[in-house]
Write a protein that binds this ligand. Sequence first.
Ligand code: SAM
Ligand code: SF4
Length: 345
Amino acid sequence: MSGSCTELRPATPPAPLIDPFGRPITYVRVSVTDRCDFRCVYCMAEDMTFLPKSDLLTLEELDRLCGMFIALGTRKLRITGGEPLVRRNIMNLFKSVSRHLESGDLDELTLTTNGSQLATYAEELAACGVRRVNVSLDTRQRDKFRAITRRGELDKVMAGIDAAQRAGLHVKINMVALKGVNEAEIVPMIVWAHGRGMDLTLIEVMPLGAVGAERIDQYLPLDKVRADIARHFRLRDLDVRTGGPARYSEVEETGGRLGFITPLTHNFCESCNRIRVTCTGTLYMCLGQNASVDLRAPLRAAANDELLEAAIEAAIARKPKGHDFVIDRAHARPALQRYMSVTGG
Ligand code: SAM
Ligand code: SF4
């Protein structure tokens, strides 16, 4: 892998792949590990069996895969997990992929993290051209944080957020809305996040994986949350489209941005621009469907990229139209067996 981290230069972008529904695929999320130092109650079971390390793509293979996606028109890469910052030597991947920012072939390299290791890596990430980071934080109460994450330490995450902001990274907080758990903290979280210049996005819990809890007991529909927030603040809808399931509003009193990710109450699959690759090289064309294509075999079959390119093109040609999650008493089982930590959200 090459390892430079310098300034960005524009270039003519490669044309993106277009799926059967006319959607350009310009955004890839790459999960670099299924492991995590937390066990969030909505994401994982208490006892998880993780993949043998020998099944994982090497960092060099992940780098090659990222390069292939970029050559096929990907403009944005999000590194995720599991917890991406617990993967050994992960900074080598960021350093190497940053060359595509320099060449202008990639607009954005970013990550989603639980923040536990961010104090260690914030400066290095910024030096690699990372400008924005999503940090997951469902509560600012120490004991509740421990209960939700089953093993996380709030102080480390707070130190990570401080370090990220000091390094000049724009931080967006992701908060999963959990019925009866953090409902009362949503308004204070808006005040805190916006007061620190951070956007906040609220997420509806999705029925992925057997986590050992009833989804119906966790699920808090965001239309209800929005109505509660509207009793405290004036919300002005923003015409910001990211090609994802989030819709954004400005909170007039704080001037900050509030996102709503509502895969259950409203899905926005018609504008979906993204695909997801797991740490073993399985490409999922939709977060809410099982349709997948193995990229590890073509990646390993030849040193040139012909097979890999053909496999990616064939996968995009099979991207499903969308998903249809339901959480109610009649749908008690997970919609999909795979945990969110496999694809990284
Ligand atoms: N470990 C990192 C983190 O927590 O930010 C990255 C991976 S995590 C799977 C990505 C995002 O998915 C986090 O914001 C997390 O809160 C969210 N998430 C995990 N399981 C979820 C579920 N079942 N429903 C909705 N969001 C979920
Ligand atoms: Fe780990 Fe992120 Fe899943 Fe929590 S949400 S268990 S931090 S992968």
